[in-house]
Design a protein around this ligand. Structure first.
Ligand SMILES: [Zn+2]
Length: 243
């Protein structure tokens, strides 16, 4: 039996089980750190008892993922009150006494897609999430990608046809990076809702691609991976041709 915690800024989603077919979950509002961890670990302990073998944590950040770092497993410079420099992995390990896996929320999601979802069978892919911002997790050669800090994939450059689309983007740093063009903030500026935002970007970009490449990208963005063997691995995910 394995435990899982998706640690978010507004709620912790806790799970216990062995996979999607055997999974119990519970949501816990994110309060003060110690109280939140206590509630989360109490749920895991109550459901798993002595059969709990390990816990995976996918956390909001920024987090310290550097092996050997004195603050490995910490949520570091977050503005969220009380959580700055909090040893989340350590607190869960101390409460439950089992091995802890710790990663970013998006890398956790990427791992889930690799194991059970749209990225099964792929060694190299990106997982992108579009909301208020654009976040990304990555698997490269079968391993989750870690950088010095957060990879900030939302800030990659994407093709921009200024003649047809003069919107300058809303990223305060880059203007028309991916996040500046496609994030949820677009809708606040009188643009189309988010799914159409993505579609618009796909449509706008696909004219500069071969039909085959555009098709692969559209499938990837909409969450259905191309069928096995239908595309080379490096074509999956928007970043492959975002240059
Ligand atoms: Zn940017």
């Amino acid at each position: 039996m394995f435990g899982a915690i998706e640690a978010g800024g507004t709620k912790f989603i806790c799970g216990i089980g062995t996979g999607p077919e055997n999974l119990q979950t519970e949501e816990i509002p994110t309060a003060a750190p110690d109280a939140t961890v206590e509630a989360a670990t109490a749920f895991l302990r109550a459901r798993a008892g002595s059969s709990l073998r390990a816990v995976g944590i996918a956390s909001f950040g920024p987090v310290d993922l550097r092996p050997g770092s004195a603050t490995y497993g910490y949520i570091t410079s977050t503005p969220k009150a009380g959580w700055r420099q909090y040893d989340l992995a350590g607190a869960v390990r101390k409460a439950l006494g089992v091995p802890i896996g710790f990663n970013t929320d998006v890398n956790g999601a990427a791992l889930g897609e690799a194991r059970w979802g749209a990225a099964q069978g792929l060694d190299d892919f990106l997982y992108l999430t579009v909301g208020t911002g654009v976040g990304g997790g990555a698997m490269i050669g079968g391993r989750l990608l870690h950088g010095l800090l957060h990879p900030e994939m939302g800030h990659i450059r994407v093709p921009h046809d200024w003649a047809n689309d003069p919107y300058p983007g809303n990223c305060p740093y880059h203007g028309d990076c991916l996040e500046g063009l496609a994030s949820g903030l677009c809708s606040r500026r009188g643009w189309e809702p988010m799914p159409e935002c993505w579609g618009r970007w796909c449509w706008r970009s696909r004219r500069s691609l071969t039909p085959e490449a555009a098709n692969v990208r559209t499938q990837s963005i909409r969450g259905s991976a191309p069928e096995a063997g239908s595309a080379p691995k490096e074509s999956v995910g928007p970043s492959a041709d975002a240059r």
